[in-house]
Design a protein around this ligand. Structure first.
Ligand code: MG
Length: 300
């Protein structure tokens, strides 16, 4: 029988999000594809250093103790030979990643569909934007953000923004167009109407499913948090939406404009996802960041 990904949390990740290929990437960005490929070939036997999403991926794979529940697939614009180095680096660090797709300069996001990925992490802004526009959960890693994930070796902590990340940008549109008062009024009027799905709902849903399957003795646990600029009374619609989805979140922070990074510093997530670059920028020293390039604030 063919192997199936249907019942797994599938994360697709670019080689540059998983490993530190910043030096090689500078050659790639210069437009010299040949020079980039030559450099990678010269270094085939040199393991790459861990990249910004490496600690998170290592922890996610640790959820497989006992049963195969998480599948990580490398999805990369690199050429297949450079892909050898990525796989070799996985082997070096004991990451059990067996599947990969290498598109040699072409946009890779179409392969998210057969992978049924709950998350695509890449450092390439265009690939993430295209993936989100096509309806796939995706975020751009900021390669220069902090590499956390070592402090709590038995817990994966993930923090999510609400509007335009877990939820659609419906309410954010009202806020951007007509301001805070209109936003609050809109949210009170619609408090019993669940917000539409946002781009990263599939990830939260998959994490929640893994939480419900886990037993207390499992070596790795998951903890989630909602970290939103919403405050009362607009909090109610967010909570009611999660209730309508049958998803329980462990912590919720309704910050009403307070700086998110100070709260993230206390929660100590392995990863934080937000659609607004200013929140990403302010939190990049605290945690690894996934910028969700979707919704009204990212419309160009
Ligand atoms: Mg938002």
């Amino acid at each position: 029988m063919a192997f199936s990904l249907d019942d797994k949390l599938v994360v697709a990740i670019s080689s540059r999000a998983l490993f530190d290929f910043e030096e090689e990437n500078r050659v790639y960005e210069d437009g010299n594809l040949r020079a980039y490929e030559t450099l990678q070939r010269e270094r085939l036997n040199v393991p790459a250093k861990p990249g910004v999403a490496f600690p998170l991926i290592r922890k996610l794979l640790a959820l497989n103790a006992g049963e195969h529940r998480v599948e990580v697939v490398i999805l990369s614009r690199s050429d297949p030979i450079s892909g050898l180095r990525a796989f070799k680096s996985c082997q070096e660090y004991g990451l059990s990643i067996e599947r990969g797709v290498f598109t040699r300069g072409r946009a890779p996001f179409a392969y998210l569909k057969p992978l049924n990925a709950s998350l695509f992490l890449s450092a390439n802004q265009d690939d993430v934007r295209d993936a989100l526009a096509a309806g796939f959960p995706a975020a751009r890693v900021l390669p220069e953000s902090a590499k956390m994930a070592s402090k709590y070796p038995d817990e994966i902590r993930i923090a999510f923004d609400g509007d335009a990340v877990l939820f659609s940008d419906e309410a954010e549109r009202v806020f951007q167009k007509d301001g805070l008062r209109a936003f609050v009024g809109h949210e009170i009027d619609n408090k019993d109407l669940p917000l539409a799905d946002g781009p990263l709902k599939p990830l939260l849903q998959a994490l929640h499913r893994l939480q419900t399957l886990a037993d207390a003795a499992a070596p790795m646990h998951i903890r989630t948090a909602l970290v939103t600029a919403r405050s009362a009374p607009a909090h109610e619609r967010a909570i009611r939406t999660l209730m309508a989805w049958n998803i329980e979140i462990d912590e919720a922070m309704f910050l009403g404009g307070l700086d998110k990074s100070a709260f993230l510093r206390e929660f100590e997530p392995d990863f934080f996802f937000d659609d607004q670059i200013r929140h990403c920028e302010s939190a990049r020293d605290v945690t690894a960041i996934g910028h969700v390039l979707s919704g009204i604030v990212n419309a160009s």
